[in-house]
Design a binder for this molecule. Structure first.
Ligand code: FES
Ligand SMILES: [Fe+2]
Length: 440
């Protein structure tokens, strides 16, 4: 339980809020590179600020304030030039650093461009990496954009998947340190959506949480598993400050504003060994819906189940009205660590887990319960039998709404058609030695 005041500290992310300023010290994925295959400008809202994201005629990306400083026209109607964005109203042009670089009529009457030189728009650094566009909205200099090891794995098909989720970011991130919910939100709910007679999966017996440089590691042990299970020996990463790393995919929860969050999944599927060598030429990105054609919540896919759970907690969940138990130890640790961080940064200390050394930012290791499988590869038969990765041979289990073009590209990569399965039973990491049962 938290006071209203402490809840505001965790949840308010606009400009000049402690958490907003804190999170701006990190790079965040904000869009797919492939979105700009067929457009060059679009509006975007991040951390309570209305902005415009664009790709100029030189292929460089920019992120600037949405309102033109001349007379407030919407720069989302602007058009790109060789080097920057031009307002569609009177033609003022701005570069990616925010400097006004052209004021067509003003420069006729004032060839020295005294006014133009004084005009800037707010501009943030944008970089493309691994099929995603990343923004840095904090003070200069920007830290390194993390080069996580998974981004560099070979022989795989990656995709970036987005959704706008109408609730505050922190309740999404609390989910990254909440192992018990897997059993209920993903396993048992999925089973019960298919049948009222469905059996529940083996329950959790114990959990453990450890802090490290890049966040927390949580470990979980279920009934019928031994302590050799990689979910207990390796676990998963609550990636600081607003992400989750599950070995074959990342999830980021990027604040749009206090009441909305951009969910970003980056999923890597290694192709069966029979398909190697495989080199992906183009990482697709797409946005999935939250509701079906009848306006009902989609609950068939893993991320959609999470979205329903998070939004169900309320737009900004009321943490003065909750009852925490032993299952919430990770959530409590996470909150406490954020409060400590906000104080430490206010006292001038560097934020947790920032990578500032270029040399240290090469292929950065994170613990992963399926690292061996993704680094070494698996035959089609081995992959099909894998309790975590095998379901991706049946369909894309991550999130509903995958476009046909992405599915077809994936099918070509893995060398087989998907079944179009509607529900998925996803369990931990690989089977334990000597364990032949693939799902538990
Ligand atoms: S409002 Fe943008 S140039 Fe006039
Ligand atoms: Fe989940």
């Amino acid at each position: 339980m938290l006071s209203d005041e402490k809840n505001k500290l965790l949840t308010q992310v606009g400009p000049n809020t402690p958490m907003g300023d804190y999170l701006r010290r990190y790079w965040h994925p904000i869009a797919g590179v492939s979105e700009f295959d067929d457009k060059s400008v679009r509006p975007i809202r991040l951390f309570g600020e209305d902005l415009v994201l664009y790709k100029d005629l030189s292929g460089n990306f920019g992120l600037v304030q949405r309102r033109c400083p001349h007379r407030n026209a919407d720069l989302a109607f602007g058009y790109v030039e060789k080097c920057g964005l031009r307002c569609a109203y009177h033609g003022w042009e701005f570069d990616a650093e925010g400097q006004c670089t052209h004021q067509p009529y003003e420069e006729i009457v004032d060839p020295e461009a005294k006014l133009r030189k004084k005009i800037r728009v707010t501009a943030y650094e944008v970089r493309a990496k691994s099929g995603m566009l990343w923004a840095y909205m904090g003070p200069a200099p920007a830290p390194e954009l993390p080069d996580w090891e998974l981004f560099n794995y070979e022989n795989g098909f990656a995709q970036a998947v987005f959704a706008e989720v109408p609730c505050n970011w922190f309740q999404c991130q609390e989910n990254s340190i909440d192992p018990i919910h897997f059993e209920w939100t993903h396993n048992n709910w999925t089973a019960r959506l298919q049948s009222d007679d469905a059996q529940y999966v083996p329950t959790h017996l114990k959990t453990q949480y450890e802090e490290f440089d890049f966040g927390f590691i949580y470990k979980r042990l279920r009934a019928q598993e031994s302590e050799l299970n990689p979910m207990w020996t390796v676990g998963r990463v609550t990636l600081w400050p607003n992400a989750f790393y599950l070995g074959h995919h990342f999830e980021w929860r990027v604040p749009i504003d206090d009441e909305s969050t951009l969910s970003v999944l980056w999923v890597f599927n290694r192709v069966p060994k029979e398909q190697e060598p495989y080199v992906q030429q183009h990482i697709p990105s797409w946005y999935g819906p939250l509701y079906d054609d009848e306006g009902k919540w989609i609950t068939s896919h893993v991320a959609n189940q999470d979205f329903a759970a998070w939004v169900g907690q309320g737009r900004i969940t009321d943490r003065s009205n909750e009852t925490l138990g032993a299952s919430d130890r990770g959530v409590t640790l996470l909150r406490r660590r954020f409060f400590e961080e906000l104080e430490a940064v206010a006292a001038g200390k560097p934020p947790k887990g920032l990578i500032t050394d270029k040399e240290a930012n090469r292929n950065v290791f994170l613990p992963s319960a399926c690292r061996d499988e993704l680094m070494n590869g698996m035959s089609r038969a081995e992959l099909a039998a894998h309790p975590l990765l095998g379901p991706y041979l049946r369909d894309f289990i991550g999130q509903a709404g995958q476009p046909a073009s992405v599915r077809e590209a994936y099918e070509a990569a893995i060398g087989q058609k998907l079944e179009g399965a509607q529900f998925f039973s996803v369990h931990g990491a690989r089977n334990e030695p000597g364990d032949e049962s693939s799902t538990k």
